[in-house]
Design a protein around this ligand. Structure first.
Ligand code: 1ZZ
Length: 550
């Protein structure tokens, strides 16, 4: 359904390699290669509904194989690639879990990964390795099987979620869900063929990279230029240089991406950039910090970035991708609420400027629900709450996925008759969504709820901590739960920095912190898409696995 009849045009994807070389693939070339690969998968014995895990080596190869599998109803399972040798064992454990729980019958990889991954593949029974270079060099034989019909309720791919706790779960993303979500994104962003062009460095094993920048542009036929995520990680300024050079109109990143872009773009770089082409810089996938969005807009205004272009959004794999998107062209102002009421009674009442900074807490708006969908805020019993009351975000509509693969219990809990229980807390004000925290990450101290990111953001203001790499949680204390902070130490003396962090949080939030544990760089548990994992960090802390730096 997706890659047939893409037609002839001079539009398509541009893949930029690690070395900067650009390779253009038109829609018609993409369609030919994907259909050929799909038929070869059938010829090798794979059948509609069977799963094939894809180790993402390089964007172009991934897209061909992913769309090839989809075109014949074989279900791809994108896997993140091994990043470094330091954590290879943990990587293998995660990957083996995904391979087993997806029930994959084949694994596709490039030859260069085959030796490295051999032990992993041996550990999982019944897996066939499909080595790209040999497999797709085969000719199609006369009478090779033809694809079966694919219906809207068929699963298009399994998206393993980077849950903040232990084992990731495979979300069953359907053809109908993808079409509904992509149509809603296209409408909210007012994407137009012939006008819009995307630039993305987002990893394609994550929903924002895959649904947002591979599938939506394919359906709307808007060209996209892809940068490898590692290229952005090593040199963040390449992102906006590519936007400027390719005259992109749409690009997205999580909050940390915006912060890195500001930090690594000098005044000299700004003079060379022309960002007046951008209509949308979407920002989602993790809590948005009001100061990060403000400084991004202010910093890049010097390079022609127009006001109202930065557009916060919210979504999750279980919703296929987007749940809410900001209105394009309207600058987003944080909602400043009274912190006392917010913490004590879960009410987000606007604060006046007269109140002391410590008595206010600011949330970034995540926009309105996408077209054809609804958001409810509910209490623990599932009763809908009025505006400005904090509760769990529930999402209804045709984008909601078909549950978790092989996990009926978790499916029953999250995919309810009322809608998708997101596990996130938030409130609505004038129909706009504000996400305040993950429900299970809430810090409950003396009966008051605190959201962890307010504490983490305050801690990150102390020099010496690595921004974005701070986690707050509670441990049992003698009388009530106590707050613990675990963070990565960028520089300075661990004991002195820890003292400053405790003092700063006490002064700013009137919150005592029982312990500050500072780790070496790269030691904080993160998901494959770079989100901090609070529950896992807490678990490792309680098990005594985490070690203080210096
Ligand atoms: P995932 C053309 N979270 O992160 C491109 N947003 O999914 C269109 N928390 O399943 C792109 N504030 O990995 C549209 N704003 O994690 C993109 O992440 C729309 O806790 C955004 O439950 C898509 C994000 C997809 C994504 C989901 C979890 C959520 C929530 C957290 C996401 C957030 C946010 C706070 C936000």
């Amino acid at each position: 359904m997706l890659v047939e009849n893409l037609g002839h045009s001079d539009s398509g994807y541009t893949f930029i390699r690690e070395d900067g070389h650009e390779h253009f693939v038109s829609w018609s070339a993409l369609s030919r290669e994907a259909l050929r690969r799909g038929r070869l998968l059938l010829q090798s014995g794979l059948r509609k509904g069977e799963r094939i895990a894809l180790f993402l080596p390089e964007e172009r190869e991934f897209v061909f194989t992913f769309l090839g599998a989809v075109s014949v109803g074989v279900v791809p399972v994108p896997l993140y690639p091994p990043m470094g040798f330091g954590k290879f064992e943990a990587y293998c454990e995660d990957a083996a879990h995904i391979l087993r729980s997806s029930g994959a019958s084949a694994v596709w990889m490039p030859r260069k990964l085959a030796d490295l991954l051999a032990p992993l593949l041996q550990a999982v029974e019944g897996l066939r390795a499909v080595v790209s270079e040999e497999f797709f060099a085969e000719p199609l034989v006369e009478g090779a099987p033809r694809p079966e019909a694919i219906g809207p309720e068929d699963v298009m791919f399994l998206q393993f979620t980077s849950g903040s706790t232990a084992a990731p779960k495979g979300v069953r993303v359907t053809h109908a869900g993808v079409l509904a979500n992509c149509a809603a994104i296209t409408s909210a962003l007012r994407l137009e063929r012939g006008r819009d062009r995307g630039v993305s460095w987002l990893p394609m094993y994550h929903d924002m990279g895959l649904v947002g920048f591979v599938l939506t542009p394919l359906i709307t036929r808007c060209p996209v230029s892809f940068l490898p995520a590692l290229r952005f990680a090593f040199s963040p300024r390449i992102w906006l240089e590519t936007v400027s050079r390719h005259r992109a109109t749409v690009t997205f990143a999580p909050n940390f991406g915006l912060a890195l872009a500001v930090k690594h773009t000098s005044a000299e770089d700004l003079r060379r950039l022309d960002l007046s082409c951008l209509r949308v810089v979407g920002c989602g996938a993790e809590p948005n910090h009001p100061e990060t969005l403000r400084s991004f807009a202010a910093h890049f205004a010097a390079a022609g970035l127009r006001p109202g272009v930065v557009a916060p959004c919210y979504g999750m794999a279980e919703a296929t991708l987007a749940i809410s998107l900001s209105e394009i062209g309207v600058p987003c102002a944080p909602d400043v609420v009274r912190s006392e009421e917010y913490h004590a009674s879960g009410l987000a009442r606007p604060a006046s400027n007269a109140e002391a900074p410590g008595a206010r807490v600011a949330f970034v708006p995540c926009g309105r629900p996408i077209e054809g969908h609804r958001i409810l805020i509910v209490d623990d019993e599932g009763n809908p709450l009025p505006e400005r009351h904090i509760g769990e975000v529930v999402f209804q509509g045709p984008s909601v996925a078909a549950g978790y693969h092989g996990d009926p219990e978790a499916t029953r809990q999250n995919f309810t008759a009322q809608g998708l229980r997101t596990g996130d807390c938030g409130y609505l004000a004038d129909g706009v969504l504000y996400v305040t925290s993950r429900k299970k990450d809430l810090l409950i101290i003396n009966g008051r709820n605190r959201d962890p990111q307010t504490v983490e953001w305050a801690a990150a203001e102390v020099p010496g901590l690595r921004k974005g790499n701070v986690v707050a949680f509670t441990r049992p204390g003698p009388a009530t739960e106590e707050v613990v902070l675990v963070a990565e130490l960028r520089d300075g003396d661990a004991a002195a920095v820890a003292r400053q962090v405790r003092g700063h949080i006490q002064a700013k939030l009137s919150l005592p912190v029982a312990e500050v544990l500072l780790l070496a760089l790269g030691e904080l548990p993160k998901t494959s898409s770079g989100k901090v994992q609070r529950s896992k960090t807490r678990q490792q802390y309680l098990e005594g696995v985490l070690r203080q730096a210096n």
